[in-house]
Write a protein that binds this ligand. Structure first.
Ligand code: ATP
Ligand code: MG
Length: 227
């Protein structure tokens, strides 16, 4: 098992009122699983993904990631865990504009203290995995949206994370680029990656092993198992 959340509650306090955005969420993700989470806008999907990815901490509940009690880690330990164990792919790629593709992909490895030669080798390998070996020196403004997302995926996998998280990774792409990105996730899944993906798109969710739905902060206990 990669992670287990029990009774997770997340509340945001604005002024004097607290609003509950996640309501007693239970979630486990197994090694090698590909899980899609679907739900309407504002239902708490990004909030949940941010908690899974240790970008934020729950108001209450227990969260164990790779055998570690996340709620007991310091900010430094959380940052370390995120950097080493979790890869993120967002709707809008967040590539650094003044760096080319390979530099963007190599950057998280720098924070891990990987030496330059190995950083570049691993970044190049990740770019080959997403089919961009001919675009390594291109800057983000010289790449299409689909290519930019593939660079972002390469960046997410370069550190060989235990878990890959994606928040609407095809949301900003045309259907053809979206299909290419989905093929890459399929390939990563076949090669053993564990993936949690948020999507509005039924066709995208249908490629996962399982779908769970969230509505008003309540994650349905039962999962739909895909063929
Ligand atoms: N930092 C915050 N402070 C206060 N409320 C927040 C904060 N972040 C999110 N919310 C509220 O939490 C609820 C869930 O937001 P979230 O971003 O998780 O939804 P979502 O399911 O990802 O929606 P979408 O599909 O539109 O991306 C929303 O009502 C939002 O207004
Ligand atoms: Mg969202």
């Amino acid at each position: 098992m990669i992670l287990e959340m029990r009774d997770i509650v997340k509340e945001y306090t604005l002024g004097r009122t607290a609003s509950r955005v996640l309501d007693h969420v239970n979630l486990t993700v197994e090694e090698g699983e590909y899980l899609a989470i679907m739900g309407p806008s504002g239902s708490g999907k990004t909030t949940l993904l941010n908690l899974i990815g240790c970008l934020d901490v729950p108001t209450s509940g227990s969260y164990v990631f790779a055998g570690r009690d996340v709620t007991k880690l310091s900010q430094k330990q959380l940052a370390d865990l995120r950097n080493r164990e979790i890869g993120f792919v967002f709707q809008f790629f967040y590539l650094l504009a003044n760096m080319n593709a390979i530099e963007n992909v190599a950057l998280p490895l720098l924070y891990q203290g990987v030496h330059k030669k190995e950083r570049m080798e691993r970044a190049a390998e990740a770019l080959r995995t997403v089919g961009l070996e001919d675009r390594m020196k291109y800057r983000p403004d010289q790449l299409s949206g689909g290519q930019s997302q593939r660079v972002a995926i390469a960046r997410a996998i370069a550190a060989r994370p235990r878990l890959l998280l994606a928040d609407e990774p095809t949301g900003a792409l045309d259907s053809q680029s979206g299909a290419q990105v989905m093929d890459i996730f399929d390939m990563l899944h076949r090669s053993g990656s564990s993936i949690v993906m948020i999507t509005h798109d039924r066709n995208v969710a249908a490629r996962a092993d399982k779908i769970r739905t969230i509505c008003d902060g309540v994650l349905a206990e039962e999962a739909v198992e895909n063929e």
